[in-house]
Write a protein of this length. Structure first.
Length: 695
């Protein structure tokens, strides 16, 4: 017979309840310990003891913790907490606050507003300052989840016409956040929609009094305007939400507008066999230009740096080599080449062989020569290689790329399989200084050319608007051109927003109020606001992962069913937020990332670290996620593993960096001896680096 299991209740009164009806009230510090383990995950015994008994010597605090957990085990007849130096809740232990947080991360807001109560309600921790700060922050997180859930529910009910229930939720929202003008506007509008105009105006006057009393200020323009509309009886009744499908011409404009001169320069350089560098501001059209040009020259392959690559050595190259391998499966390689290629592509490694770590400059040279041989074979039949978003390439990948392409241009030409042309694109002002110096030197030598893309003029933007189907209203078009600042991407995002909001079908287009400025982030934010909650959470998880993610990994990070995440992903693709396994544009990624709430960001970073550890992915990436998730006890050993991995690849610069970061993480934990050991390792590798030079 399966023994009854325990449920941990931490929202409201802290207690344990069992499936057979038994209940145990939790002692104050035990409740805090269970809350910390539920929300922070695996925690060192010394860290937890120090939080609970900060004034006691460590030995006494640890003994107190042992006794407290022993009493818990005797009271429940089971182990709810396991581990020796690292403690964690037993798998399967159900904790209400952890479940609530997971539902929020998945975008399931329907339960957030249904249950009240504070985290560890009625319990005070003034004698534990650090623990008290943590609990205060987590209580605020819980309230923020409720506020977000209530806003979403009020909006849904209002659009559905269920005004009385929406008003009840709006009042609850106002109780949670009495200084929120948004909450006051909800209450005002819903009183009006319920037919009680006097109550709506009284709510406005109470809001006005509160703001004067608390802040010495007047309500915002939006609040005052709503009050005037209520007074006049002109508040519009909300229409059911409708998001028109984006036309194909908007998802990908049919013509490349206004780049004839740049195209001619690309053509000349391509015929001469020169490398080509194209730079420009974000959204100016670099990717469209170089990929359209490459397609005009035959078969091409597009490599892209991705946000996050900079902090993960060799990530970009590994992804690019994988693309080449998938394009040309089953290449016949000499044994020494196959052995080296097997470091990145295990299917090429000789059976039963595992290559030794790279221990010298000679080893690194042999590896690069092997990858050059592999690439030369894999590139056969390609006319052009496009390397986009060079500003995101990690340093070792950049060094490998420069080595390969310098050999490519100096090698004798094979008339049967001519070497592909190479086009790189990057954002102005964002290349690493050493990479910028290298590109400038190649241009100076005549090996490469450089093209700087400028914003489009008003006439060219007009031609682009023709392609996009923008109504032929001169005043509207002139304002759109001004708002876009000459950026094709900015214009696209504005037009997408206007289509989705139904603006093009409304009244006098010459007087359309553009609710956005030229900042594309604001435009994208408006479009993201139209996403369903699951789709938005999927986008946030992808933004935290930054690179090399897919639907399966996003689902694992969210702890959501795969099919549900796939549906959310389809919504993101239809909305032009993601494309395949990446974001539609880097600026979309940056906007999503910038709007991830702090509490959710830390949660997603920790979930990403766990998911990547389970899949055996890059240790540096795992370490970064643990650090960003506020878990130095996991980050420190992960940085040590990252340092060893980098050392095995003879990436000495990165090895020094990871040992130093491990030392900093150990220092933050108060583990001085381990911090000193990591820094000593960093110093030793740095001395080696000074002898051999940068690889």
């Amino acid at each position: 017979m399966t023994p009854p299991t325990w449920h941990v209740q931490l929202i409201g009164p802290a207690l344990l309840s069992r499936t057979d009806g038994a209940e145990l009230r939790l002692e104050r510090k035990l409740a805090a310990a269970l809350a910390y383990l539920a929300l922070e995950g695996t925690t060192s015994r010394s860290r937890l003891a120090g939080l609970l008994w900060p004034e006691s010597p460590e030995t006494t605090a640890r003994n107190n913790l042992v006794q407290m957990l022993r009493k818990l085990r005797l009271s429940t007849g089971s182990d709810l907490v396991s581990g020796s130096d690292l403690l964690e809740l037993m798998p399967g232990t159900e904790v209400d606050i952890a479940r609530r947080r997971q539902e929020f991360a998945q975008g399931r807001l329907e339960h957030q507003h249904a249950h009240g109560g504070d985290l560890l309600a009625g319990l005070s921790y003034d004698d534990c300052p650090d623990l008290d700060d943590w609990i205060t922050a987590e209580r605020e997180h819980l309230n923020e989840w409720r506020r977000l859930a209530l806003r979403a529910e009020v909006t849904r009910l209002e659009q559905a016409g269920d005004y009385p229930v929406a008003l009840a939720h709006a009042r609850t929202l106002l109780e949670l956040d009495p200084v929120s003008e948004e909450a006051w506007r909800f209450v005002m509008r819903l009183h009006y929609l319920c037919g009680d105009r006097p109550a709506a105006l009284r709510a406005y006057h109470r809001c006005q009094e509160m703001l004067r009393r608390e802040f010495g200020t007047e309500p915002l323009h939006d609040t005052q305007e709503l009050a005037r509309e209520i007074d006049r009886g002109t508040v519009p009744t909300p229409a059911p939400p409708r998001t028109p499908a984006l036309p194909l011409a908007v998802l990908r404009p049919p013509h490349l507008i206004g780049r004839e001169a740049e195209w001619a320069r690309l053509d000349e350089a391509w015929e001469r066999g020169q490398m080509i560098y194209v730079e420009g501001d974000p959204g100016v059209g670099k990717t469209r230009l170089v990929t359209d040009f490459a397609a005009s020259k035959g078969v091409f392959i597009e490599f892209r740096g991705r946000p996050g690559d900079l902090h993960q050595p060799f990530t970009t190259s590994a992804r690019n080599y994988r693309m080449l391998a998938e394009r040309t499966p089953g290449l016949s390689l000499e044994p020494w080449v196959a052995r080296e290629v097997g470091r990145i592509l295990p299917e090429y490694a000789p059976p039963g062989e595992r290559p030794e770590p790279l221990g010298s400059g000679a080893d690194l040279l042999r590896y690069r020569q092997a990858m050059t041989v592999f690439s030369q074979q894999a590139y056969r039949g390609l006319g052009t290689v496009v390397a986009d978003d060079l500003q995101f390439y990690d340093a070792p990948s950049t060094r490998d790329g420069l080595y390969f392409f310098s050999n490519l241009f100096s090698a004798p030409r094979d008339p049967t399989y001519p070497a592909p042309r190479v086009i790189g694109a990057y954002r102005t002002g964002e290349l690493m200084p050493e990479v910028l110096r290298d590109t400038e030197e190649l241009v100076r030598q005549g090996v490469a050319i450089h093209i700087r893309l400028q914003p489009l003029g008003e006439g060219l933007l007009g031609a682009l608007m023709d392609d996009l189907g923008v109504p032929d209203e001169p005043a509207l078009r002139q304002r759109l051109a001004h708002y876009s600042g000459g950026s094709p991407l900015f214009l696209l995002e504005i037009v997408k927003h206007l289509i989705e909001s139904g603006t093009f079908t409304q009244g006098d287009l010459s007087r359309v109020a553009l609710p956005i400025t030229a900042r594309v982030g604001e435009v994208i934010s408006r479009r993201l606001a139209r996403l369903s909650s699951p789709a938005l959470q999927a986008a946030r998880a992808a933004a935290v992962l930054q690179s090399d993610f897919d639907v399966e990994l996003v689902a694992e990070v969210l702890g959501a069913p795969l099919l549900d995440t796939a549906v959310a992903w389809e919504e993101l693709e239809a909305a032009g937020v993601v494309r395949g396994q990446g974001f539609w544009h880097d600026l979309v990624y940056e906007t999503v990332s910038a709007h991830v709430p702090t509490s959710v960001r830390a949660l997603l970073h920790r979930a990403a670290a766990r998911a990547l550890e389970r899949t055996g992915r890059d240790s540096a990436r795992v370490a970064n996620h643990w650090q960003e998730g506020g878990k130095p006890e996991q980050a420190a050993p992960a940085f040590l593993r990252a340092a060893q991995d980098a050392r095995d690849r003879y990436q000495l610069t990165e090895t020094v960096q990871y040992y130093a970061r491990a030392g900093a993480a150990f220092e933050a934990l108060g583990r001085a001896s381990e911090a000193a050991a990591a820094r000593a390792q960093a110093a030793a590798v740095h001395d080696q680096l000074l002898v051999v030079g940068v690889q």
